[in-house]
Design a protein around this ligand. Structure first.
Ligand SMILES: CC(C)(COP(=O)(O)OP(=O)(O)OC[C@H]1O[C@@H](n2cnc3c(N)ncnc32)[C@H](O)[C@@H]1OP(=O)(O)O)[C@@H](O)C(=O)NCCC(=O)NCCS
Length: 161
């Protein structure tokens, strides 16, 4: 199918752009569908108003289907959260989201980016490895699940030039 036609068919072009305070409710909804301990709308409103916090939204057509959040301090940043709505996963969209996000961090003078990921979170680990993050540390029993089971966390890093 022609490019523009398949985009129409599929629900529109995919774009990544800075999120605004009007996105807080939908971002909280996607977060809640993606993590055991969800962040509420107020939490997103607060982050969207902070100068040291960078939030991008992933859109498909007119619909917001994902986001990335990081916090900057001097020339370092930590990715606090990234998610794609369940119905849109497995199509490589998170790579575009994360690469755009990293590009903006670089533009703000960030040189080192860190993140924590649960050791058994295969989709997330594959995403980060594909984008060039490497494991620089491991924390035993760092996360606790709803059933009380604990999981290990990996600390990953990627340098920006
Ligand atoms: C992690 C996440 C953002 C990836 O988004 P996505 O758009 O589905 O990413 P991709 O389509 O690029 O898939 C990522 C990788 O996971 C793999 N994958 C996709 N769905 C999978 C599944 N159900 N089980 C195992 N692996 C899966 C893909 O094959 C891909 O690996 P590859 O590129 O080596 O083939 C998404 O799964 C998500 O929102 N998860 C819940 C929130 C989360 O865990 N965030 C990260 C917290 S640190």
């Amino acid at each position: 199918m022609m490019g523009w036609l398949s985009e129409l068919w599929d629900g529109g072009a995919v774009v990544v752009e800075p999120a605004t305070s009007r996105d807080a409710a939908i971002l909280a909804q996607i977060h809640g569908a993606s993590f055991y301990r969800g962040w509420g709308e107020a939490e997103f409103e607060r982050m969207l108003s902070e100068r040291n916090t960078l939030v991008h939204r992933l859109k498909k057509g007119r619909k917001i289907i994902g986001f990335s959040v990081s916090r900057m301090a001097a020339d370092e940043a930590e990715i606090l959260s990234i998610a794609v709505a369940p119905a849109h996963r497995g199509r490589g969209l998170s790579g575009k989201l994360l690469l755009t996000h990293l590009g903006h961090l670089a533009g703000r003078g960030v040189r080192k980016v860190f993140l924590e990921v649960e050791e058994n979170n295969e989709p997330a680990r594959r995403l980060y490895e594909r984008i060039g993050f490497t494991v620089v540390g491991r924390r035993e029993n760092y996360y606790r699940q709803s059933d009380g089971k604990t999981m290990n966390a990996l600390l990953m890093r990627r340098d920006l030039s």
